[in-house]
Design a protein. Sequence first.
Lengths: 512, 155
Amino acid sequence: MTRLTRRCVVFGLAGTAIGLSAAKAGAQPVNGISADFIERFGSGILEVPPKVVRRVNAASLPANHRVLESYRAAINAMRLLPQSDARNWTRIAQVHDEHCAHRNWYTWPWHRAFLTSFERVCRQMSDDDEFRLPYWDWSANRQIPATFSQQNHNGAPNPLFHPRGAQPTDALPDTVVGPSVMSSIIGEPDFEAFMSARPSGQDSTDPKWQRVGSTQGPLESNPHNTIHPWIGGDMATFVSPLDPIFWLHHANLDRIWDRWNRIGNANTSSALWRDFRFNQFVNPGRFSPIGTPWQPRVSDLLDIEALGYFYIRRPSLIDMALIANARILPKIDWRRVLRTTSEVSGERSATTREALAIPLRGLAPIAQLTEQVLRPMAAAEGGDQKQPVTSPTVTLAGRVTAIVEAEPPANAPPPQVRVFLNCDYLSPETPAVDPHYVGSFSFFMAGHGGHSSSDESVRVALDLTRTLLALQDAGRLPKDQLVLQLQPVAIGRGQEAAPIKVRGVEIETAVS
Amino acid sequence: MPERRRHLSRRAIFAAAAAILGVRPGRAEDAVATAETPAVMQIGAVPALRPMGRGRLELSLLGFAPPSVGAVSAVVRLLDGSRRAEIGRFTPYPAIPFEARSEEEAQRFQFDVTTALLASGCDNCNIEIRLEPVQAGQPVTGARMRFGTARITIS
C-alpha cells in the first residue's frame, strides 16, 4: 500500500495551495488545479524529473522478479481504491473507454501518455520508485507471458491473471507479428503511414479532434488491432486496460515507435500534431497523493527519457533482422563490385542429414568487411549515399551477395535448400528466424519429364548483408572465416530430401 | 504571366486528380465479406509506378460484425487476371458490431501496394477481401464486413 512520506505531505500541501490560487483565478478547477494555470505554466511545471529506468522485456522476468511483484502490488492496491479515486483500477480503464485516441495520428502519443501516467500510479501504489512497465515483445515471444496466465501466485490469487479467450498455449501467427509484417512496418518511411493519419479535415488543436477517425496505418490495423481480439475477453473491447496484459501490449507498441524513431525516421513537424494537448491523465504523488491533472502536449511526449524510461538502446537481434530486411540495403553500382570465387572441390553433395559447408575464401578479413559494408550511411533520395547518418533515411554502406550454383537431384522431388552462415548448431529444424539464416531456394519445375540434367542447375543470388548485421548485433560474427552452409529440407512432412549437388559459390562485395 | 500561372495550376490539379484512382464496388453485395464469401471490388487499370514511386490502397469499412468466437482478420489481395498478391491484413478494434451511416463514419485502412504493383502490374485489377480466423483452424462463424470505397494513390 501507499506509504505516506514526508515528500507526499509537502507536495500535497503545495498542490492544495496551487489549487486554491488557481481556483481564485476563476477557471474551472480539475482536481484542484485549473486548466488556465496549466495553460499558463505548461505541463512541465508539475514535474519533478523522474529517474530514467529501463523498461524490460517481460520474457526475461522470472515470476518472482521485483518488476512483476511491484506490478502485482500496484494492481491489488488500485483495485481496493474507491471508485471516486482517479487511480482506481476500473476508473483508469474508463479513461481509455471514454477518451482513447484510435484510428488517427494521436493513437501512439495518447497511449504513451496513458502508460506514463499509469506507470506513475503503479510506482506510487507499489512504493517502488524503480518500477517501469515491462513490455511483451510478441514478435519474439508469441504466447501471452506465462506469469499472466497463472491463476495463483505464491498461494494467492494472481492479479496478473485475467479471463481471456486465448489459451496459454495459443501462439500469435506470422500473419500478425511475423518478420514480413514487422519489417514492412519498421521500414515504412512515411510518418502518417506509420502512425496512422491526421484526422480528416483537422484544422486546429481543438480537443474534439482526438477521437475523429482517419486512415489507420499497418502498425495500428495489424498487429495492434488484431492482438486485442485475439487475446479476447476485455481486451477485445475499449475497457481493455482491465486486463493487466494491456499495458505490456501497449508498452511494446510504444517501443516500436521509439525504435522507428531511433533508426532515423522523423516525427512530423506539424503543429496540429505537436501542439495537441491530452487532458485525461493524472500525475499522482507530486503535489497531491490522489493525483493532479497531467495535460501533456504531444511535443512533451517525444523524449521518453524525460518521461522516466527508455528501452534497450542497442537494437535487439530481431529488430536488427527486421531493419535489415526492410529498406536499408543500398543501391549497387555494379561497375564497382568485387567478385571472388570459392572453389568447391569437385561437385559436392548436400543432404538432409549432412549439410554442405563452404568456406568463403578470398574475402576481405571479416573485421574489414563488416567495417566497410555494415557502416550506416544517410541516403539521399534515389538511394545515393552521402553523409554519415542521421538523415531520415539510413542505408548500409555496402552489400555482400553469394551466388550459389546447384543442381537438383536426379529422379527425385527437388528439396528446399536453406542457407545459413556459420551456424554451429545447424539442423533441418533450424528455423528461418535464426540469426544465422540467410535465405532459401528451390528448383522450380526440376525433375519434370522423369529425368534431370545438368541443364537444370540453377544460379541463385542470396544477400548475406542482413545476416552479417544480425550476427554482428548478436556478437556472433566469426573471427576468422565466413562459412556458407546449405541445408536441404524435403518439401513435405516426414520425408528426407534427395541430395543436391553444388558446383560453386561466387561472392560479390559492393561498397559505396 | 498570370495566364501561364493559371495554366500551370490547372495542370497541377489535373495531375493530382489523375494520381488518385477511385474504386467502386462492382455491385453492392460484392462489397460484403462473410465467413463464406469474399468481397470483391473493382479497380480497373492503374498507371505504372514512376522510379522511386509508391502506391497505396485506402479502403473504407462501413460495417462490421465480429465472429461469435475468436478473432477475424480481413486478408486484402490485389487480383489481376489469374495473379493474386496479398497486400495486407487488418482487424477492426474494438471487436464489437458497428454500422456507419456514411463514409465519414467509416473506419479506414491503408496498405502499401508498391511491391504488388511492381510484381504484377495492374491492367484490370480487383481487390479481394477474404475473412480468415486469426488463429488457424478456428471458425469465424457470423463474421461480416461491409466495405464502402477503395482507392489507389500513386505518388
